[in-house]
Design a protein around this ligand. Structure first.
Ligand SMILES: [Fe+2]
Length: 486
């Protein structure tokens, strides 16, 4: 564990990197992109260290696990067939189970060896006739490999197509389509509506009059209610959005798509998007009670997948986002590149201040350490001023550290271990916690030296290791998960 502030960050990083990573991170990380075929259930994983006695429940995660189907290989990290993973904690022990998400896309791959649905960057093989038919009824994938959520008593796995898949958290068996978002594109990063305990999410409705939409899905309902809408000609790629007490915050990065091209190009989904930096980044604010929208408020071009947090401060809206300088990260994440050990661009934590009255947006980088896959103490701090975010950081070309950002003191703390490549650190608050960072982080780490993965438990305050539980095989690099308390 190393702590440093912005002024001496470069010196500290140089010192650390010489001991932590003597070879490019991508070299050791490559096998984290191997497919995993086996479905297992293992009780009593070997645990080193001491788990907090209060940690009871399950870390549930989804992520791509298999890229080879028939004689084809999926093109992009985001294309892989979804697998659910569960680490359960109780009585000092840890169990692990994994199972492919039995979607239509998965069944076609398993039963017929076919990529039958359009993924992020991979299309089914089609005859000319089938391609023409597909323009009018695109076979959208239900390969929900990005994130999952608990809504009421339902567990739902999600991707960016409007086919979220419900599943049983005990058996990890798929249980059909959870609900139908009001559009053809959506995000796998919904927010919780504190008032209703429902889910707020985004959808893009494509057609002659394309629009951005926000919707609310109540915990006991399968019928989303559209709560705000705004027309757009070329919608931007949207992976997440921000939320404050008053506003839904839509950050429109200039990676945009023409709906007719999406329908008629015959190219895989993401290859229809175009980087147009001249458009800049445009923030739209949707009032949660009046449903009116204001903006756009414009600043320079950026690209991002992940909002970190947003809140109001005086007359300003503060929007923290993990940003990239451009959309090149999408190219960086093609499987051929990742499996060849090519480096990916790092993202950085940036704060945007929107002044609706002045019509201005300012921005600043909050910490020098790179960070993405960000998490916060969500229940306590989302929509509110906050101090801490946790995420993964990039060194040597790939994710090789866990980063804690103190956005008040502008400092960061790092956990890293040579040859180890962590995934998203999920924060779990200690019961009756006093401090915002009182709790643990749970991260699946791929150990490139031994070729297997382990579940790492860190003290969220200090990033000191509390325990690790070893899995006998590797767990392919994934995206997101949630902790469900027992
Ligand atoms: Fe994401």
């Amino acid at each position: 564990m190393i702590q440093f502030d912005q002024n001496d960050s470069n010196r500290m990083m140089e010192a650390k990197m010489s001991t932590v990573t003597d070879v490019p991170a991508t070299t050791g990380a490559r096998h984290g992109f191997d497919s995993l075929e086996e479905e297992t259930h293992l009780d009593g994983l070997p645990v080193h260290g001491q788990l907090p006695p209060w940690l009871r429940g399950s870390l549930l995660r989804t992520g791509p696990a298999k890229w080879e189907v028939g004689n084809r290989t999926m093109s992009h990290w985001f294309d892989g067939l979804a697998m659910l993973h569960r680490f359960s904690f109780g009585d000092g022990g840890v169990s692990y189970a994994n199972r492919f998400l039995e979607s239509r896309a998965y069944r076609a791959a398993r039963d017929r060896g076919e990529i039958a649905y359009s993924e992020f960057a991979t299309d089914p093989c089609r005859s000319l006739f089938a391609r023409v038919s597909a323009m009018f009824s695109p076979k959208l994938t239900d390969n929900a490999n990005v994130n999952l959520t608990k809504l009421g008593e339902r567990f739902i796995s999600m991707t960016e197509t409007p086919i979220p898949v419900q599943f049983d958290a005990d058996t990890l068996a798929a249980a059909g389509v959870a609900y139908e978002p009001p559009g053809q594109l959506t995000t796998a990063h919904p927010h919780m509506d504190r008032a209703t305990k429902g889910m707020l999410n985004y959808a893009a409705k494509l057609g002659p009059r394309t629009s951005y939409r926000f919707f609310l899905l109540r915990p006991d309902s399968s019928k989303p209610e559209v709560i705000a809408t705004r027309g757009v000609r070329e919608p931007a790629y949207m992976h997440s959005f921000g939320l404050t007490d008053r506003w839904l915050v839509l950050a429109e990065f200039p990676f945009v798509v023409s709906p007719p091209r999406l329908a008629f190009s015959g190219r895989p989904y993401i290859e229809n998007y175009r980087w147009k930096p001249e458009l800049g980044t445009r923030f739209h604010l949707f009032d949660r009670s009046t449903r009116e929208s204001i903006g756009p408020f414009e600043t320079d071009a950026r690209f991002s997948f992940h909002h970190v947090n947003s809140y109001e401060e005086g007359d300003e809206v503060v929007v923290d986002i993990s940003t990239f300088s451009d959309a090149g990260i999408v190219e960086d994440l093609y499987m051929e590149r990742l499996r060849a050990g090519k480096p990916v661009a790092p993202g950085y934590l940036e704060r945007f201040r929107i002044s609706p009255a002045a019509g201005t947006v300012t921005s600043e980088r909050l910490i020098e350490e790179s960070i993405d896959l960000p998490r916060i103490n969500y229940g306590r701090c989302n929509e509110r001023p906050y101090r801490y975010a946790w995420g993964v950081g990039f060194g040597g070309g790939w994710i090789d550290r866990i980063v804690k950002a103190d956005v008040v003191e502008r400092r960061s703390t790092v956990w890293a271990e040579e040859g180890c490549f962590p995934g998203e650190p999920v924060f779990v608050a200690a019961p009756e916690a006093g401090g915002e960072d009182e709790g643990v982080l749970l991260s699946i780490v791929f150990d490139g030296r031994r070729g297997n993965s382990f579940l790492l438990v860190l003290d969220a305050r200090s990033l000191d290791e509390l325990a690790r539980a070893e899995v006998p095989h590797h767990i392919p690099f994934g995206f997101h998960g949630q902790f469900a308390r027992a």
